[in-house]
Design a binder for this molecule. Structure first.
Ligand SMILES: [Fe+2]
Length: 573
């Protein structure tokens, strides 16, 4: 009898222990599909969190984020325990704003999932301490106080194949960057339609790569799109995908306030400009400040060719002018970084592709004039950081006819190597597994030092220091020459394109021959234009031979209007 009581007692203890365990979980991978963070400031951070399964959305489990500062200390110094709530939507994603943080502080955080519906700091502390070895722990460091001297390091790169699991993301993760500028082509899903689902799927592909997931979960980002993640190859502001890509960006991407203007001085013209910017549904341009540096992020796709000859659009141009004016008149700001997705310099360099900025010379000239007027006259230094060209490159300003400032090109993460623009005073190297590490050293003097380290295939390839240019003289070879390995990749890519084109031509040639044979036999022209099939419910057109010319014109006009790929042979950046 005693032994039976003892047995029941043990069972009760085990079941209670099991029940207690099942109330809480720290299994991040099971519950969260992905999260990433951006809009980092000296006192705040924004996260976007995507749940893995319905249990969170249906609130079978509640999610808590526990924020602490001393992971190895027994007390952990818990700063916050925040409940995370997910909307009951088809693609649930939630935004979490961490506020009231301390400047220049390394924070750590973990997620706790609980059935109990509430979680106090003591329980969270015990859970995290007891499970330290298996915990998914993340970290970030807030910036130093705005407009005060600060040292920091950021990365820059662009162009990764959809779902790429390239080791370059592990290398980037190991750099332990304060933040990362993703300057376009986050993926190559090339969405051509106004379909939000396709964008969700494109983002999910990025998150599904273990290496990308680890990097983006570990490093605060500032991301701006280029053609392939805004729409498709060479997509411009007329892309049908524009509303969906804009909505997906707002829903999915942690970002600083878009189209921001400081209207605190109540100037009427600024208030009016902010109202106009707010009324416009498009555009992801914005600016932010780190230490005594200002970052101006341009959107070079949303307004491209909406009006012929425009790249920034009227409102973005006015906004940029305001940003440059603000930077120029603020005595605390010393260094300005202008960030865009496409290359700036084209001055007779060897280029395999057209340079997009070069097609908009009046805008380039206007920006150059504004920089002269507001920045140079106020002793500010400026640097531009671009992506898109699948190469690393650096010019100290000597080849930059429009502005004379240094230009960094930092791509490709893992897309096929290519060249654009130039020449570049310190060389250019097409390749893969490429990115830039940019270190800002600010000792509080008149000048902020910027140290550039452009890496390719795991090695430093181009270096520069704005305070010690003598350490890094210009290279003899200015032009953009691919290595043999990279050249082979480019040729292979082109050959497959040519083979595909050849196949298409052969198909239509064969088809035309068959039709000719039929015409000869019947004496009537029977032409079926694929471009008109959709509009005419698959009906073919029958016409007499002397009507051919007129209808050819109609077809030609239609095709011209629907196609945006101007130069498909090499245009795949
Ligand atoms: Fe690209």
């Amino acid at each position: 009898m005693i032994s039976l009581k003892f047995f029941l007692f043990v069972i009760l203890l085990i079941s209670q222990a099991y029940a207690e365990d099942s109330k809480h979980s720290l299994d991040y991978q099971k519950f969260v599909r992905f999260h990433w963070k951006g809009d980092l400031t000296s006192h705040s951070l924004t996260m976007k969190i995507f749940p893995q399964n319905d249990e969170l959305v249906k609130e079978k489990y509640n999610t808590f984020l526990v924020l602490y500062t001393k992971p190895d200390d027994k007390s952990l110094s818990i700063a916050k325990t925040i409940k995370v709530e997910f909307p009951k939507e088809h693609y649930p994603v939630t935004q979490l704003d961490l506020k009231d943080l301390n400047p220049h502080t390394q924070y750590f955080y973990s997620f706790v999932f609980t059935q109990a519906g509430k979680l106090d700091s003591d329980v969270a502390l015990k859970l995290i301490q007891d499970n330290k070895s298996s915990l998914s722990e993340f970290t970030f460091k807030t910036f130093s106080a705005e407009l005060a001297p600060a040292n920091f390091t950021f990365g820059a790169a662009s162009c990764a194949r959809s779902g790429s699991n390239s080791p370059v993301f592990n290398s980037l993760h190991d750099e332990k960057l304060d933040f990362f500028l993703q300057n376009g082509d986050l993926n190559y899903d090339d969405v051509r339609v106004n379909n939000l689902t396709k964008y969700y799927e494109a983002y999910y592909k990025v998150f599904s790569s273990p290496n990308q997931r680890k990097f983006y979960e570990g490093t605060p980002i500032s991301y701006v799109w280029d053609d392939h993640d805004f729409g498709f190859n060479d997509a411009d502001g007329n892309s049908p995908s524009k509303p969906a890509s804009t909505q997906a960006y707002k829903d999915f991407v942690p970002h600083s306030p878009l189209k921001n203007i400081d209207v605190s001085n109540q100037k009427e013209d600024l208030i009016k400009l902010q109202e106009l910017l707010n009324e416009s549904p498009y555009g992801i341009f914005r600016s932010f400040v780190v230490g005594r540096c200002m970052f101006i992020i341009l959107d070079l796709r949303s307004f491209l060719e909406v009006k012929p000859g425009e790249i920034l659009g009227e409102l973005q141009e006015k906004w940029l002018e305001y940003q440059l004016k603000t930077a120029g008149s603020n005595s605390h700001i010393k260094q300005i970084f202008i960030v865009g997705s496409i290359p700036w310099i084209f001055n007779g360099g060897l280029t395999f592709e057209e340079n997009v900025w070069h097609e908009y010379l009046p805008t380039k000239q206007k920006i150059s004039d504004l920089i002269q007027e507001h920045l140079y006259k106020n002793n500010k230094t400026i640097m531009m950081i671009g992506g898109d060209a699948h190469m690393i490159g650096f010019d100290d300003g000597r080849n930059n006819e429009y502005g004379g400032f240094p230009v960094v090109q930092a791509a490709s993460l893992d897309q096929k190597p290519n060249c654009k623009g130039g020449p570049y005073s310190h060389g250019a190297k097409p390749g893969i597994e490429q990115y830039g590490v940019i270190e800002v050293e600010d000792n509080g003097g008149e000048k902020v030092c910027v140290k550039i380290d452009l890496k390719s295939g795991g090695k430093s390839a181009i270096k520069y220091d704005t305070c010690h240019p003598e350490l890094y003289p210009s290279t003899k070879s200015f032009k953009c020459h691919p290595s043999w390995g990279d050249f082979s990749l480019m040729v292979a890519g082109s050959l497959s394109g040519i083979a595909l084109l050849g196949g298409v031509i052969a198909y239509f040639w064969k088809k035309a021959r068959k039709q000719n044979a039929a015409m000869t036999k019947s004496g009537v022209v029977n032409i079926k234009y694929s471009g008109l099939e959709e509009e005419n419910s698959g009906k073919s057109f029958e016409m007499k031979e002397n009507n051919d010319l007129e209808d050819d014109k109609v077809v030609s006009k239609k095709r011209k209007g629907s196609g945006t790929n101007k130069n498909s042979a090499f245009k795949n950046d």
